[in-house]
Design a protein around this ligand. Structure first.
Ligand code: G1P
Length: 291
């Protein structure tokens, strides 16, 4: 068994109902944040973290993602004929950026079930999970930070962020205490999926980055539907916690929920302001519209 984290699973079979009507035909993972589909941000983060193999768990109507990471002969031939070298480079780079495998989740039975669909492609080795809706801006890629913790602690790692107040009920929530070696690391003692505010065991919300040991697959096979009637990844990891150490990790960086309309607006503004070709022009524009 390889103990290196080489593979990243992207659950991308969801219906994207939070972003209707844009997602009626277009997969939410293909919505553009500035000029790249949100799935590409996650894939780039994974590659920058040392991941070698991307596993996309897709579903009906999601084939645009497969086309995106493939060669586009007509487009590339046209760009070549027109002498558009830079654009050709952009198109080809996406097609060659990663080794990507696809597996279909036939029924929307929940996030835990989506991850389980990747079992055969992952095999018996630790792996990462990236929820593509969660786009993270960080100096060191969030997943890289987590893999470092995994290598150090030799236990599964879940990314967390502090959410105070009722917003916590939209997340899995971690119970645990800060590690003596590093206050960003939590020794996990429990977790609850989407608790009521009064039942939340802490203000540490689990966000969409995980490094997990392969034992979780066997446990997910027997995980019963939980919150929302779905097979929850949180419940599978809770079962893992009975057998192995699990850590929370309050990552350094800023997370945007790009699967949500308001979150996408926030991400658009902040990512555009970071792009050298737009920054000044866009800042001046914003100043003009916000009085
Ligand atoms: C999923 C997980 C939840 C986690 C959240 C992070 O929920 O089930 O534990 O906190 O992602 O974005 P979802 O947003 O798919 O309902």
């Amino acid at each position: 068994m390889s103990n290196r984290v080489r593979k990243a699973v992207f659950p991308a079979g969801g219906l994207g109902t939070r972003f209707l009507p844009a997602t009626k035909v277009i997969p939410k993972e293909m919505l553009a944040l500035v000029d790249k589909p949100i799935i590409q941000y996650g894939v780039e983060e994974a590659l920058a973290s040392g991941i070698e193999h991307i596993i996309l768990v897709t579903g009906r109507g999601k084939s645009a993602m497969e086309d995106h990471f493939d060669l586009s002969y007509e487009l590339d031939a046209t760009l070549e004929r027109r002498g558009k070298k830079e654009l050709l480079e952009v198109s080809r780079k996406v097609a060659h950026m990663a080794r990507v495998s696809y597996v279909r989740q036939k029924e929307p039975l929940g996030l835990g079930h989506a991850v389980l669909c990747a079992k055969d492609l992952v095999g018996d080795e630790p792996f990462a999970v990236i929820l593509p809706d969660d786009v993270i801006d960080a100096a060191t890629p969030c997943l890289k930070q987590m893999i470092d913790v995994f290598n150090d602690k030799q236990g599964s790692v879940l990314a967390t962020m502090t959410i105070d107040g009722p917003g916590i009920s939209a997340y899995g929530v971690l119970a645990g205490s800060a590690d003596k070696s590093n206050p960003r690391i939590y020794n996990c003692t429990g977790m609850v999926e989407k608790p009521k505010l009064e039942d939340a065991p802490s203000n540490q919300a689990i966000i969409g980055r995980y490094v997990l040991t392969p034992r979780v697959f066997e446990l997910l096979e027997t995980t019963k539907p939980g919150a929302g009637g779905e097979i929850q990844l949180t419940d599978g990891i809770l079962a893992l916690l009975k057998e192995e150490k699990v850590f929370g990790y309050s990552f350094e960086g800023k997370r945007f929920d790009a699967g949500d309309k308001f979150g996408m607006l926030q991400a658009t503004v902040e990512f555009a302001l970071k792009r050298p070709e737009f920054a000044e022009k866009f800042r001046n524009y914003l100043k003009g519209v916000v009085c």
